[in-house]
Structure formats: structure tokens, C-alpha cells
Design a protein around this ligand. Structure first.
Ligand code: HEC
Length: 754
């Protein structure tokens, strides 16, 4: 498979994984330009004092370092620790190592933001979810996309410096619970670091995109995936993984950034008790588990997203995931806290030594991960300033912990959750609602939130000026029920939850609205532990956030807009069309004295009423970059395709079906699918649905059936056809689409020839 893709790219002679394009003409020195950044904030005095005290705003250097060539990625620990004082760059996906997603830049502010316009944009050649925050340093912007690809752009022009595709086997999509996404890269000492979906950690040369080293961080026989961002602390690349719906045991690992050699690994849950525990605290953790199903299935607790680092305390905070299976009655019959599931864990980044932990949901049974974004901040309490760690995990409580000791300072409901009444501040434990434990009562129950959580991976932002944390909240619920029997599914999900038998509960009087109820941007006061205000979304869904000293917060939405709101009261001051759904978070930086804001757009399907305008991506995936007075324009319709038009390399499975099946499939396709996916399986200008020829589901019947027959994506506008079409007919449609994909492949190969 990989060979075909490489030969299609015309780069047969390159070693594996090095299919990249260099544009030497775009490499040049950026001349230094004086661009002093004004920092004046309408801040309360106490907060201004705090900012000075924490040196957050001192020694601002908003110039692009003059000595670094474009793509130098000359990032050191010192530079990372002082990233807040160099706001010309956006050096980590979270902005700084503390990950507040706040920028001290204010050229784009309340007064000027109405003049914010598109500076440049670049089409992205995948049509799955785009979740990455751009990283910008030394004149280059690095973005990862679906399928773990990396793009490097010249920040001034948007010219492509290089592109890298790790050639993740498309069948790996079957192990990814939540799409083949990637949330961003890290940069360090001339290199760009990527966690690939198939579990590889890859170091790329910042200027050429060539692979420097690559290590397999997971057992390739197990359904581990990586979608999260590597963090680089003092020369160690720290990376977790996902897969807790399947059958894996969670851990986080540090590798030497120069060599890829493993430095330490910290396991989140105990393994086989007949073998020695890898870390001392696992012996203690094992006493909180029952039975032996957990270590045989894996236990879960994967570290798939949130982490943050405090340079003052030299501590990395890591969020751990849900239990595997979800249902605690199967995973750990008889209960127990099941450490260290659903916890924030403080570790020494040099050694991986455990410092403390706080478990948000002891004995979790609803997929309540605590992998959501974590941030380190200084909060100003009436009694003085405190260094804290904050998280708003899936379970619906907003936690504030002392960064040094892990002491719980606040745990308040930020959303209408129903599984617990409150957190007991004396014990630090939630006080559960008994009926929520479906595995104990053996009765189906509607619980809020459902598995996607009141807040998921979508980044929140902290504004030290307003003192508020802005959280993308998704209010939802689900009916949980214990299954009649549980048998391990070696291929797919192992939740041990029966989602069907509780469905009837929604028909009862007084039942809540089913599923996804509403979504909004919540402004949360972490000192008072309560809501300040909220901005309701017209279309349900979460999108990542950015806060700036211009008294602004930036966020996309699922209606197809990118907007700026006043940070103090949420009034919308500016909006621009994105032509795509937005889930990722923005970044901001300076180019030649001008502040820019960048956002990656594109997620499942298109916003209502939006047509396709990107020849490379059915969901209009793009990088959009804005500045004051920009003059670029998004296309209003699909640009004409044809010879020379850019295309994604296609990689279909072999066409093995009979002619009869393909012909039957062609007819059934025309009658049932063409209306949305385009005639002859080629989406046209008015097509609302993705190009099926490029679907990652083609090689996997297990993937095709849930979408096409069972209606798994009905909510996203893809109806299930199980009741209307026979298995034979949908198999025939699959055969036809595979045939059409192979036609496309032949055409691409023909164009590739000189
Ligand atoms: C009413 C419009 C509509 C019709 C009719 C329709 N689809 Fe879809 N389909 C969609 C949309 C929208 C999506 C994107 C869903 C998402 O965002 O996950 C989709 C996605 C898919 C996907 C997933 C592609 C991927 O790789 O993510 C498959 C497979 C698919 N459709 C197959 C079919 C087949 C086969 C038929 C005909 C039997 C069909 N669809 C008919 C709207 C439609």
C-alpha cells in the first residue's frame, strides 16, 4: 500500500516515510523589523500587579528572531519557559508550557478587530476532522492534519515549505474511537515532533521535513492510537496514547528528543499482579481494583490529550482516561477507586517519578476521562495569589488544585451533570447519585453527561486580565445499562455498556431531551467557582478557544464562522465565514510587525447550506490566517478541477468483486447515494457529503456497515440504509465505490507520468 502511494507521488526512491516536498525557493532569512508591541491592558490593579509579579509581561520581544532562517525551529528549554515574553511566536499548541492559550498581543483589540480580514489560506488535502492548533516559530507555521500528516508554511505568504505524510495504514482507522485526528506538533532544537495515529513518535527536520528518527511507542498488535500533542520538557519528548474503549493499558513515556531513546515510562493502571509492578505506586493502585478482568482487558486510563508543565515546580501534570471496559461492574466487580483512572497526575518530567494525583471520578463507569486540557496558572484569591492547576473534565465539575501539593481548592459544577450532587471538599470525593451506577442497580438510567462529556478535548483558554477561564461546553446525556452478558470483542469497542435497552427511558414523562442538548462558551470564574456568563451556540458542537490581551476571545463554531468576542462580557465584535465546521483552537503571532490569528478548519460534514469549495477536501478543510486589513478571499464555489489541479493521492483496496456486483452496485449507488455523494461517485459542486472513493472505510467492511447500514453517523447527516437495502446491495455499492476509486487511481498514475 505504502509503495503505491509513494510511486504515485513520484518519489519511489525515497526511504519510507519521507514523502515530502521541499520548496527551497521559499527558504530565506526574515529580515528583522522593529515591531514593538504595546501592552496596555484595562486590568484591575491586583491583576496587573500579579502579572508583573509573575513576569508574564516583562521583556516582551515581539520580533521574529533575526538570526534564524525560516524553519529553524530553534527552540530551547529557556525559550519555551519564556514563551510568554516572545508573543511573536506561538511556540506550543497551548501557547506556553503552562498551556493557558493566552497571548499578550493586543494589536488586534476591541477597537481594531472589525478590520480583521483574511491574510492567506491554504487548502488541506484530507476530509476528516482537523483538530490541531498551529505552532509558529522562526517564520514557519507547523500544522498537523487528519491522518497524522504535517504541513510547514512560510507564515508571511502561506507558501508550503514542506509536507510530510507518515503513511499511516488506513485500516488503523478501525482502532481510532473518534476519527483519525491529530491535535498538533511540538518543536525543539531544529526539529518538529509528531505522534502518529499508529503509535509512532517521529522527529522531523524543521527546515526540510525529513525524518530524523522514528520510534514505535506502542505494541502494534494492540489497538493503541496517538492523536495527542507531544510535550517537550528539558529535552524529553513526553507522549501518551489512546485506546481505552478497546483493550489497552494506559501509560505515558518520555523519549530523548535528540535520539528517540526511551527515558522513562509511567503506567497509569496496574498490570498482571503476578509480575512485578513497574512503579512503586502501582502496588497501592492495585489494592483499588478487584478481580482479574481489568489487567486481562487492559484497564484503560490512557493519556490521550491534556498535559501541562510548571517550570517553577518542575512538574508535569498529566490527565488520565476512562476505564476499560467502561462498565465498572465488569472491569472491577465489587468496585474500588481503580487508581489511576480519570485522574490528574503530577510527575517529575526528568524521571517520571510520581508526585501526587487527584482522581476526579473514582471507579468511573461512564467514560468520564480526565484527559481534558490542563493549565497551570496564578489565581488571585482574596487571601493572595496561588499557583494552581485547572481542568474541566468530561464529568462536568471544574477543578482547581494547588499545583505543588494537589490539594483540592475548588470543584464546582460547570454544567448540569446528574451523576453526582457535589464534591465533598473534606474528602475531595464526589457524592454520587445512586441510580447513576447502572452496573450496581442493574437498571437502565439516563445520566448527564454521556460519554462525550460536558467538555471534551476542545481547548479552553485562561485570560489573566479578566481572571476567567473560557470553556467550550457541550451539554448531553445518554442512557446507560449493564449488558445481559459481556464477551470480549477483540476487534472493536469493549464498553460493556448496553446503549439500546435504556432508550425507552426517553419516552417517559419528565425525561430529558435526548442526547445533545445545547452547547455554549462558558466564562467561568475559577476563584469564585461559578459562571460569569455564557455565549450560546446556534449549532450544537464545541470549538477550541484562544484569549488575548486585546480583551478578546477567539473561537470557531459548527455553523461555519470564526468569531472574536469581548473577553469581559462575551459580546461578539467580529465574525468571518469559514465555509467549514470548526473544532480546533486558534493561535496568534506576529509577522513583520502585524499580529496574525490562525485557525485550522474542517470537521465531519459541512455546515448547513454550505457547498464544497475545496477541491482537496469534501469538508473544506483549510488553514485560515487573518490580519488587520488582509485582502485574501475564500473561493465562493468549487474551483474547476482537471489536469494540473491538485489532488490527494488515492489508495484504494484492490477491486476483487465480480462485474455483476459492480453493475448492481452502480445502479443502487445512483438510486440511493448519488444525491449527496455525487453522480458516478464524484462529488460535484452541490454535493454535501465526502468523496467516498477516498474513504478510509473502503478496506474495512466492519467500518462500512455501521455507517452505511446501522446509521452510526445519522446525526451527522449520513442516514443508515439497513432497513431499506439488503446486505448484498450495500456490499455491491461498496464494490462499485472500490471500482471507482481504482479508476481514479489509474487516472492519477497516468497524470503522474512525464
Ligand atoms: C442525505 C445525504 C446522504 C445520502 C443519501 C448518503 N450519504 Fe453517505 N454521507 C453523508 C454525509 C453528510 C456524510 C458525512 C458524515 C460525517 O460527517 O460523518 C456521509 C458519509 C458517508 C460515509 C463515510 C465516509 C468516510 O470515510 O467518513 C460512507 C461510507 C457513506 N456516507 C456511504 C454512503 C452510501 C453507500 C450511501 C448510499 C447507500 C450514502 N452514503 C448515502 C450523506 C449522505
Amino acid at each position: 500500500m505504502a509503495g503505491v502511494r509513494r510511486s504515485l507521488a513520484g518519489e519511489v526512491n525515497r526511504p519510507p516515510g519521507q514523502r515530502n516536498r521541499e520548496h527551497p525557493a521559499d527558504r530565506r532569512n526574515i529580515s528583522p523589523k522593529g515591531c514593538p508591541v504595546r501592552i496596555h491592558l484595562p486590568l484591575p490593579q491586583a491583576v496587573s500587579a500579579l502579572l508583573v509579579a509573575t513576569s508574564a509581561y516583562v521583556a516582551l520581544n515581539a520580533q521574529v528572531p533575526s538570526s534564524s532562517p525560516v524553519g529553524a525551529a530553534a527552540v530551547s528549554h529557556d525559550r519555551l519557559v519564556k514563551a510568554h515574553a516572545e508573543p511573536a511566536s506561538w511556540m506550543t499548541t497551548g501557547g506556553t508550557l503552562q498551556e493557558p492559550r493566552f497571548s499578550p498581543l493586543d494589536q488586534i483589540g476591541e477597537q481594531t478587530v472589525p478590520n480583521l480580514k483574511l491574510a492567506w489560506f491554504k487548502d488541506i488535502d484530507t476530509e476528516r476532522g482537523q483538530e490541531a492548533t498551529p505552532v509558529v516559530v522562526d517564520g514557519a507555521m507547523y500544522v498537523s492534519t487528519a491522518w497524522s500528516m504535517v504541513k510547514a508554511y512560510d507564515v508571511r505568504t502561506g507558501a508550503v515549505l514542506w509536507e510530510y505524510d507518515p503513511d499511516v495504514a488506513r485500516a488503523k482507522a478501525a482502532d481510532a474511537c473518534c476519527d483519525v485526528v491529530n491535535r498538533g506538533v511540538a518543536v525543539w532544537n531544529g526539529k518538529v515532533y509528531l505522534g502518529a495515529l499508529d503509535g509512532r513518535l517521529i522527529a522531523l527536520d524543521g527546515r526540510s521535513g525529513r525524518e530524523v528518527w522514528s520510534v514505535q511507542t506502542t505494541d502494534t498488535a494492540a489497538p493503541y492510537t496517538i492523536t495527542g500533542v507531544p510535550r517537550i520538557i528539558k529535552g524529553n519528548v513526553i507522549i501518551g496514547n489512546g485506546g481505552s474503549e478497546y483493550r489497552v493499558r494506559g501509560y505515558v513515556t518520555a523519549y530523548d528528543a535528540e535520539t528517540g531513546r526511551q527515558v522513562w515510562r509511567w503506567w497509569t493502571v496496574p498490570g498482571d499482579p503476578s509480575r512485578p509492578y513497574e512503579q512503586p505506586e502501582l502496588a497501592r493502585a492495585a489494592r483499588t481494583w478487584r478481580g482479574d478482568a481489568y489487567w486481562k482487558i487492559g484497564g484503560g486510563g490512557t493519556v490521550w490529550d491534556g498535559m501541562a508543565y510548571d517550570p517553577e515546580l518542575d512538574t508535569i501534570y498529566v490527565g488520565t482516561g476512562n476505564g476499560n471496559p467502561w462498565n465498572q461492574g465488569i472491569r472491577s466487580p465489587g468496585g474500588g477507586d481503580n487508581l489511576f483512572l480519570a485522574s490528574i497526575v503530577a510527575l517529575d518530567p526528568g524521571t517520571g517519578r510520581y508526585k501526587w494525583h487527584y482522581q476526579t471520578t473514582p471507579g468511573e463507569s461512564w467514560d468520564y476521562t480526565a484527559t481534558q486540557p490542563i493549565m497551570v496558572a496564578d489565581l488571585v484569591y482574596p487571601r493572595g495569589r496561588r499557583r494552581v492547576v485547572m481542568q474541566a473534565p468530561k464529568n462536568g465539575f471544574f477543578y482547581v488544585l494547588d499545583a505543588k501539593t494537589g490539594q483540592l481548592l475548588s470543584a464546582e459544577k460547570f454544567s448540569p451533570l446528574t451523576w453526582a450532587t457535589h464534591v465533598d471538599m473534606r474528602t475531595g470525593r464526589p457524592v454520587e447519585v445512586d441510580s447513576a451506577r447502572y452496573e450496581i442497580t442493574q437498571r437502565p438510567v439516563i445520566v448527564a453527561p454521556g460519554a462525550l462529556g460536558m467538555h471534551n478535548w476542545h481547548p479552553m483558554a485562561f485570560h489573566p486580565g479578566t481572571g476567567l477561564v473560557y470553556v467550550p461546553v457541550t451539554v448531553n446525556n445518554a442512557a446507560y445499562a449493564a449488558p445481559k452478558a459481556f464477551t470480549l470483542n477483540p476487534q472493536g469497542f469493549n464498553t460493556a455498556v448496553d446503549f439500546a435497552s435504556g432508550a425507552a427511558l426517553y419516552d417517559q414523562p419528565g425525561a430529558p431531551a435526548r442526547g445533545n442538548v445545547e452547547s455554549y462558551i462558558l466564562a467561568w470564574d475559577p476563584v469564585k467557582g461559578k459562571e460569569a456568563w455564557r455565549i450560546k451556540n446556534d449549532v450544537y458542537g464545541a470549538s477550541g478557544l484562544l484569549a488575548t490581551a486585546g480583551n478578546l476571545i477567539f473561537s470557531g463554531n459548527h455553523k461555519g464562522e470564526f468569531s472574536a468576542y469581548r473577553a469581559t462580557d462575551g459580546v461578539r465584535l467580529w465574525t468571518a465565514p469559514t465555509q467549514a465546521r470548526v473544532v480546533a483552537a486558534p493561535a496568534t503571532f506576529m509577522v513583520d510587525g502585524q499580529q496574525h490569528v490562525a485557525i485550522l478548519v474542517g470537521a465531519r460534514g459541512l455546515p448547513d447550506g454550505q457547498t464544497r469549495t475545496n477541491p482537496l477536501s469534501a469538508n473544506n478543510s483549510r488553514v485560515l490566517v487573518f490580519k488587520l486589513g488582509g485582502t485574501a478571499m475564500l473561493p465562493s464555489a468549487m474551483p474547476t478541477t482537471g489536469a494540473g489541479a491538485p489532488r490527494i493521492r488515492i489508495n484504494p483496496p484492490l477491486a476483487t468483486a465480480s462485474n455483476e456486483a459492480v453493475i448492481a452496485g452502480e445502479q443502487a449507488y445512483a438510486a440511493n447515494c448519488a444525491v449527496c455523494h455525487g453522480a458516478t461517485a464524484i462529488p460535484g459542486a452541490g454535493s454535501i457529503a465526502p468523496d467516498l472513493r477516498y474513504s478510509g472505510l473502503l478496506p474495512i467492511r466492519n467500518g462500512w456497515n455501521p455507517t452505511v447500514r446501522d446509521g452510526d453517523r445519522a446525526q451527522r447527516g449520513m442516514p443508515g440504509f439497513g432497513a431499506r437495502l439488503s446486505q448484498e446491495t450495500t456490499d455491491a455499492i461498496l464494490a462499485y465505490v472500490i471500482k471507482r476509486a481504482n479508476d481514479e487511481k489509474a487516472e492519477q498514475s497516468a497524470q503522474q507520468r512525464p
